[in-house]
Design a protein around this ligand. Structure first.
Ligand code: HEM
Length: 298
Protein backbone atom coordinates (compact mmCIF):
# COMPACT_ATOMS: atom_id res chain seq x y z
CA UNK A 1 0.00 0.00 0.00
CA UNK A 2 1.24 3.48 -0.79
CA UNK A 3 0.70 6.52 1.31
CA UNK A 4 -0.30 9.53 -0.69
CA UNK A 5 1.88 12.57 -0.79
CA UNK A 6 -0.61 15.18 0.25
CA UNK A 7 -1.43 18.32 2.08
CA UNK A 8 -3.47 18.05 5.26
CA UNK A 9 -5.61 21.17 5.30
CA UNK A 10 -6.89 20.43 8.83
CA UNK A 11 -3.38 20.79 10.27
CA UNK A 12 -1.93 23.51 8.08
CA UNK A 13 -3.07 26.28 10.42
CA UNK A 14 -1.28 24.77 13.39
CA UNK A 15 1.89 24.14 11.44
CA UNK A 16 2.36 27.71 10.29
CA UNK A 17 4.60 29.63 12.65
CA UNK A 18 4.35 33.42 13.06
CA UNK A 19 7.53 33.74 11.03
CA UNK A 20 6.09 31.54 8.31
CA UNK A 21 2.88 33.62 8.15
CA UNK A 22 4.76 36.95 8.14
CA UNK A 23 7.21 35.72 5.55
CA UNK A 24 4.50 34.52 3.15
CA UNK A 25 2.35 37.61 3.66
CA UNK A 26 5.36 39.87 3.02
CA UNK A 27 6.27 37.92 -0.08
CA UNK A 28 2.76 38.24 -1.47
CA UNK A 29 2.50 41.94 -0.56
CA UNK A 30 3.87 43.27 -3.89
CA UNK A 31 1.00 41.69 -5.82
CA UNK A 32 -1.38 44.22 -4.21
CA UNK A 33 0.51 47.19 -5.75
CA UNK A 34 -1.29 49.26 -8.40
CA UNK A 35 -0.30 48.15 -11.87
CA UNK A 36 -0.06 44.44 -11.06
CA UNK A 37 -2.57 42.11 -12.70
CA UNK A 38 -3.86 41.11 -9.25
CA UNK A 39 -4.55 44.75 -8.39
CA UNK A 40 -6.37 45.28 -11.70
CA UNK A 41 -8.33 42.11 -11.07
CA UNK A 42 -9.43 43.38 -7.64
CA UNK A 43 -10.48 46.74 -9.13
CA UNK A 44 -12.49 44.97 -11.84
CA UNK A 45 -14.07 42.75 -9.18
CA UNK A 46 -15.26 45.86 -7.32
CA UNK A 47 -16.94 47.17 -10.49
CA UNK A 48 -18.64 43.84 -11.19
CA UNK A 49 -19.85 43.59 -7.60
CA UNK A 50 -21.20 47.15 -7.64
CA UNK A 51 -23.08 46.48 -10.88
CA UNK A 52 -24.59 43.28 -9.42
CA UNK A 53 -25.43 45.03 -6.12
CA UNK A 54 -27.15 47.95 -7.93
CA UNK A 55 -29.11 45.56 -10.16
CA UNK A 56 -30.28 43.52 -7.16
CA UNK A 57 -31.27 46.71 -5.28
CA UNK A 58 -33.21 47.97 -8.31
CA UNK A 59 -35.11 44.68 -8.59
CA UNK A 60 -35.74 44.54 -4.83
CA UNK A 61 -37.47 47.91 -4.94
CA UNK A 62 -39.53 47.01 -8.04
CA UNK A 63 -42.90 45.20 -7.85
CA UNK A 64 -42.72 41.41 -7.48
CA UNK A 65 -41.89 39.48 -10.63
CA UNK A 66 -42.80 35.86 -11.24
CA UNK A 67 -39.43 34.10 -11.49
CA UNK A 68 -38.63 35.22 -14.98
CA UNK A 69 -34.91 34.71 -14.48
CA UNK A 70 -32.28 33.63 -11.97
CA UNK A 71 -32.02 37.11 -10.41
CA UNK A 72 -35.72 37.01 -9.54
CA UNK A 73 -35.28 33.66 -7.80
CA UNK A 74 -32.46 35.18 -5.73
CA UNK A 75 -34.57 38.28 -4.98
CA UNK A 76 -37.45 36.07 -3.84
CA UNK A 77 -35.06 34.29 -1.45
CA UNK A 78 -33.76 37.65 -0.15
CA UNK A 79 -37.33 38.78 0.50
CA UNK A 80 -38.24 35.63 2.42
CA UNK A 81 -38.59 36.12 6.18
CA UNK A 82 -36.52 33.13 7.20
CA UNK A 83 -33.57 33.15 4.90
CA UNK A 84 -29.90 32.40 5.35
CA UNK A 85 -29.09 34.35 2.20
CA UNK A 86 -27.49 37.71 2.95
CA UNK A 87 -27.19 40.45 0.36
CA UNK A 88 -23.41 40.04 0.31
CA UNK A 89 -23.72 36.32 -0.34
CA UNK A 90 -26.25 36.98 -3.13
CA UNK A 91 -23.80 39.39 -4.78
CA UNK A 92 -21.03 36.78 -4.49
CA UNK A 93 -23.22 34.04 -5.97
CA UNK A 94 -24.16 36.14 -8.99
CA UNK A 95 -20.54 37.27 -9.50
CA UNK A 96 -19.33 33.65 -9.26
CA UNK A 97 -21.96 32.59 -11.78
CA UNK A 98 -20.82 35.32 -14.16
CA UNK A 99 -17.28 34.07 -13.82
CA UNK A 100 -18.25 30.40 -14.06
CA UNK A 101 -20.35 30.85 -17.15
CA UNK A 102 -18.91 33.76 -19.14
CA UNK A 103 -15.16 33.14 -18.95
CA UNK A 104 -15.35 29.39 -19.40
CA UNK A 105 -17.62 29.93 -22.39
CA UNK A 106 -15.50 32.55 -24.13
CA UNK A 107 -12.41 30.35 -23.84
CA UNK A 108 -14.28 27.35 -25.12
CA UNK A 109 -15.83 29.21 -28.04
CA UNK A 110 -12.35 30.29 -29.10
CA UNK A 111 -10.93 26.83 -28.72
CA UNK A 112 -13.81 25.32 -30.70
CA UNK A 113 -12.14 26.92 -33.73
CA UNK A 114 -10.04 23.78 -33.57
CA UNK A 115 -13.01 21.92 -34.95
CA UNK A 116 -12.92 24.06 -38.10
CA UNK A 117 -9.21 24.24 -38.41
CA UNK A 118 -8.51 20.52 -38.22
CA UNK A 119 -11.70 19.23 -39.72
CA UNK A 120 -12.75 19.66 -43.33
CA UNK A 121 -15.30 22.51 -43.40
CA UNK A 122 -17.45 20.42 -45.65
CA UNK A 123 -18.55 18.18 -42.76
CA UNK A 124 -20.00 21.18 -40.95
CA UNK A 125 -21.34 22.70 -44.13
CA UNK A 126 -23.25 19.51 -44.99
CA UNK A 127 -24.83 19.37 -41.57
CA UNK A 128 -25.70 23.08 -41.56
CA UNK A 129 -27.18 22.88 -45.08
CA UNK A 130 -29.25 19.88 -44.09
CA UNK A 131 -30.58 21.63 -40.96
CA UNK A 132 -31.25 24.90 -42.80
CA UNK A 133 -33.38 23.12 -45.41
CA UNK A 134 -35.14 20.97 -42.79
CA UNK A 135 -36.06 23.94 -40.62
CA UNK A 136 -36.49 26.45 -43.48
CA UNK A 137 -33.72 28.59 -42.04
CA UNK A 138 -35.53 29.01 -38.70
CA UNK A 139 -32.70 28.00 -36.40
CA UNK A 140 -34.20 27.54 -32.95
CA UNK A 141 -33.73 25.13 -30.06
CA UNK A 142 -34.82 22.02 -31.97
CA UNK A 143 -32.64 22.73 -34.98
CA UNK A 144 -29.65 23.30 -32.71
CA UNK A 145 -30.33 20.05 -30.84
CA UNK A 146 -29.97 18.18 -34.12
CA UNK A 147 -26.49 19.50 -34.87
CA UNK A 148 -24.72 16.36 -33.74
CA UNK A 149 -21.58 16.87 -35.82
CA UNK A 150 -21.09 20.36 -34.43
CA UNK A 151 -21.78 19.04 -30.92
CA UNK A 152 -19.16 16.31 -31.24
CA UNK A 153 -16.61 18.75 -32.69
CA UNK A 154 -17.11 21.12 -29.78
CA UNK A 155 -16.90 18.26 -27.27
CA UNK A 156 -13.67 17.03 -28.86
CA UNK A 157 -12.17 20.53 -28.87
CA UNK A 158 -12.89 20.92 -25.15
CA UNK A 159 -11.67 17.41 -24.38
CA UNK A 160 -8.28 18.41 -25.78
CA UNK A 161 -8.34 21.94 -24.35
CA UNK A 162 -10.19 21.83 -21.09
CA UNK A 163 -10.86 25.28 -19.63
CA UNK A 164 -10.56 24.27 -15.94
CA UNK A 165 -7.51 21.98 -15.98
CA UNK A 166 -7.63 21.13 -12.27
CA UNK A 167 -10.50 20.62 -9.82
CA UNK A 168 -10.08 20.60 -6.05
CA UNK A 169 -11.87 18.33 -3.61
CA UNK A 170 -11.47 17.77 0.14
CA UNK A 171 -11.68 14.26 1.59
CA UNK A 172 -14.34 14.33 4.31
CA UNK A 173 -13.62 10.71 5.19
CA UNK A 174 -10.55 8.60 4.58
CA UNK A 175 -10.74 6.30 1.60
CA UNK A 176 -8.64 4.00 -0.52
CA UNK A 177 -7.99 4.32 -4.25
CA UNK A 178 -7.31 1.22 -6.35
CA UNK A 179 -5.50 1.87 -9.60
CA UNK A 180 -5.87 -0.08 -12.82
CA UNK A 181 -2.30 -1.29 -12.32
CA UNK A 182 -3.32 -2.91 -9.00
CA UNK A 183 -1.76 -0.32 -6.70
CA UNK A 184 -3.56 1.12 -3.70
CA UNK A 185 -3.37 4.61 -2.22
CA UNK A 186 -4.76 5.73 1.10
CA UNK A 187 -6.28 9.21 1.09
CA UNK A 188 -6.50 10.46 4.69
CA UNK A 189 -9.43 12.48 5.96
CA UNK A 190 -8.97 16.26 5.59
CA UNK A 191 -6.58 16.07 2.67
CA UNK A 192 -7.13 18.21 -0.38
CA UNK A 193 -7.15 16.31 -3.63
CA UNK A 194 -6.33 17.81 -7.00
CA UNK A 195 -8.14 16.22 -9.92
CA UNK A 196 -6.21 16.94 -13.12
CA UNK A 197 -9.04 17.09 -15.67
CA UNK A 198 -6.59 17.93 -18.44
CA UNK A 199 -4.80 14.59 -17.90
CA UNK A 200 -8.03 12.73 -17.30
CA UNK A 201 -9.28 13.67 -20.76
CA UNK A 202 -6.15 12.18 -22.32
CA UNK A 203 -5.91 8.75 -20.70
CA UNK A 204 -4.61 6.26 -23.24
CA UNK A 205 -6.80 3.38 -22.08
CA UNK A 206 -9.81 5.52 -23.01
CA UNK A 207 -8.58 7.47 -26.04
CA UNK A 208 -6.17 5.34 -28.04
CA UNK A 209 -4.42 8.41 -29.51
CA UNK A 210 -5.44 11.21 -27.12
CA UNK A 211 -3.50 13.95 -28.95
CA UNK A 212 -5.39 13.30 -32.16
CA UNK A 213 -8.37 15.56 -32.83
CA UNK A 214 -11.12 13.07 -33.60
CA UNK A 215 -14.74 14.12 -32.94
CA UNK A 216 -15.85 10.61 -33.81
CA UNK A 217 -14.57 9.24 -30.49
CA UNK A 218 -18.05 10.18 -29.30
CA UNK A 219 -19.87 9.18 -32.46
CA UNK A 220 -22.46 6.44 -32.90
CA UNK A 221 -20.93 2.98 -32.99
CA UNK A 222 -17.71 4.14 -31.28
CA UNK A 223 -18.53 6.14 -28.16
CA UNK A 224 -15.03 5.46 -26.87
CA UNK A 225 -15.42 8.03 -24.13
CA UNK A 226 -17.76 5.60 -22.34
CA UNK A 227 -14.90 3.10 -21.72
CA UNK A 228 -13.78 4.81 -18.55
CA UNK A 229 -17.30 5.28 -17.22
CA UNK A 230 -18.71 8.62 -16.17
CA UNK A 231 -15.28 10.16 -15.53
CA UNK A 232 -13.93 9.64 -19.05
CA UNK A 233 -14.71 13.21 -19.98
CA UNK A 234 -14.30 15.72 -17.16
CA UNK A 235 -14.26 19.12 -18.86
CA UNK A 236 -17.47 19.91 -16.95
CA UNK A 237 -16.24 18.30 -13.72
CA UNK A 238 -17.96 15.30 -12.24
CA UNK A 239 -19.83 13.93 -9.26
CA UNK A 240 -21.91 16.10 -6.96
CA UNK A 241 -20.51 19.37 -8.28
CA UNK A 242 -20.65 18.58 -11.97
CA UNK A 243 -21.40 21.73 -13.97
CA UNK A 244 -25.17 22.37 -13.95
CA UNK A 245 -24.70 24.77 -16.87
CA UNK A 246 -23.37 22.10 -19.26
CA UNK A 247 -26.45 21.80 -21.50
CA UNK A 248 -26.80 25.59 -21.64
CA UNK A 249 -23.09 25.92 -22.41
CA UNK A 250 -23.30 23.52 -25.39
CA UNK A 251 -26.39 25.32 -26.62
CA UNK A 252 -24.73 28.74 -26.44
CA UNK A 253 -21.59 27.53 -28.20
CA UNK A 254 -23.72 25.93 -30.91
CA UNK A 255 -25.76 29.15 -31.36
CA UNK A 256 -22.55 31.11 -31.95
CA UNK A 257 -20.74 28.56 -34.09
CA UNK A 258 -23.76 27.65 -36.18
CA UNK A 259 -24.23 31.36 -36.95
CA UNK A 260 -20.57 31.76 -37.87
CA UNK A 261 -20.60 28.66 -40.08
CA UNK A 262 -23.73 29.74 -41.93
CA UNK A 263 -22.67 33.34 -42.49
CA UNK A 264 -18.88 33.48 -42.66
CA UNK A 265 -15.99 31.80 -44.35
CA UNK A 266 -13.30 31.69 -41.67
CA UNK A 267 -9.63 30.88 -41.98
CA UNK A 268 -7.05 30.60 -39.23
CA UNK A 269 -4.05 32.62 -40.43
CA UNK A 270 -1.75 32.29 -37.45
CA UNK A 271 -0.82 28.90 -36.08
CA UNK A 272 -3.15 27.28 -33.57
CA UNK A 273 -2.39 29.06 -30.28
CA UNK A 274 -0.95 27.51 -27.16
CA UNK A 275 -3.07 27.67 -24.01
CA UNK A 276 -2.40 30.51 -21.59
CA UNK A 277 -2.03 28.67 -18.30
CA UNK A 278 -1.54 31.84 -16.24
CA UNK A 279 -5.31 32.41 -15.96
CA UNK A 280 -7.69 30.39 -13.85
CA UNK A 281 -9.61 29.42 -16.97
CA UNK A 282 -7.39 28.65 -19.91
CA UNK A 283 -7.53 30.96 -22.89
CA UNK A 284 -5.63 31.06 -26.18
CA UNK A 285 -2.20 32.61 -25.65
CA UNK A 286 -1.13 35.66 -27.64
CA UNK A 287 -2.67 37.05 -30.79
CA UNK A 288 -4.77 34.79 -32.95
CA UNK A 289 -5.32 35.96 -36.53
CA UNK A 290 -8.43 34.86 -38.38
CA UNK A 291 -9.61 36.06 -41.77
CA UNK A 292 -13.31 36.11 -42.57
CA UNK A 293 -15.51 36.67 -45.56
CA UNK A 294 -19.29 36.90 -45.47
CA UNK A 295 -21.12 34.14 -47.28
CA UNK A 296 -24.57 32.55 -47.35
CA UNK A 297 -24.44 28.79 -47.05
CA UNK A 298 -27.76 28.38 -48.87
C1 HEM B 1 -18.07 25.71 -21.61
C2 HEM B 1 -18.53 26.27 -20.55
C3 HEM B 1 -18.37 25.73 -19.14
C4 HEM B 1 -17.39 24.93 -18.63
C5 HEM B 1 -16.16 24.34 -19.34
C6 HEM B 1 -17.71 24.72 -17.23
C7 HEM B 1 -16.96 23.95 -16.35
C8 HEM B 1 -17.32 23.70 -15.04
C9 HEM B 1 -16.60 22.82 -14.15
C10 HEM B 1 -15.34 22.04 -14.52
C11 HEM B 1 -17.24 22.84 -12.96
C12 HEM B 1 -16.91 22.00 -11.73
C13 HEM B 1 -16.06 22.75 -10.75
C14 HEM B 1 -15.68 21.82 -9.63
O1 HEM B 1 -16.08 20.70 -9.60
O2 HEM B 1 -14.92 22.26 -8.77
C15 HEM B 1 -18.36 23.74 -13.07
C16 HEM B 1 -19.23 24.04 -12.05
C17 HEM B 1 -20.27 24.95 -12.17
N1 HEM B 1 -20.70 25.58 -13.32
FE1 HEM B 1 -19.85 25.42 -15.13
N2 HEM B 1 -18.87 25.41 -16.93
C18 HEM B 1 -19.31 26.03 -18.08
C19 HEM B 1 -20.44 26.81 -18.23
C20 HEM B 1 -21.33 27.11 -17.22
C21 HEM B 1 -22.54 27.88 -17.39
C22 HEM B 1 -23.04 28.45 -18.73
C23 HEM B 1 -23.12 27.99 -16.15
C24 HEM B 1 -24.38 28.67 -15.72
C25 HEM B 1 -25.17 29.38 -16.44
C26 HEM B 1 -22.27 27.27 -15.21
C27 HEM B 1 -22.52 27.15 -13.87
C28 HEM B 1 -21.78 26.37 -13.00
C29 HEM B 1 -22.06 26.27 -11.57
C30 HEM B 1 -23.16 26.98 -10.79
C31 HEM B 1 -21.11 25.37 -11.05
C32 HEM B 1 -20.95 24.94 -9.58
C33 HEM B 1 -21.62 23.60 -9.33
C34 HEM B 1 -21.40 23.13 -7.92
O3 HEM B 1 -20.41 23.49 -7.29
O4 HEM B 1 -22.21 22.34 -7.43
N3 HEM B 1 -21.20 26.75 -15.91
N4 HEM B 1 -18.40 24.25 -14.36
Amino acid sequence: MKKCLGFDSTKSGQLRSTFDVLFTELLSFPIYFPGTSFYRCMQARKIVQKTVRDTLAERLSAPRNKHSDLLDIIIEELRAEETSLSENLAVDIVSALLFGSVFTLSGVIAVAFKSLHDNPDVVHALEQKHIISMYKNQIGYEALSEMDTLHRCIKEAIRMHTSAPVLVRKAHTKFRVHTKEGEEYDIPRGHNILVPTALNNKLTHIYSDPHLYDPDWFGPGREEDKVGGKYSFTTFGGGRHVCPGMALAYLQIKVIWSHLLRNFELKLISSFPKADGSKMNQEPKGKVMISYERHQLM
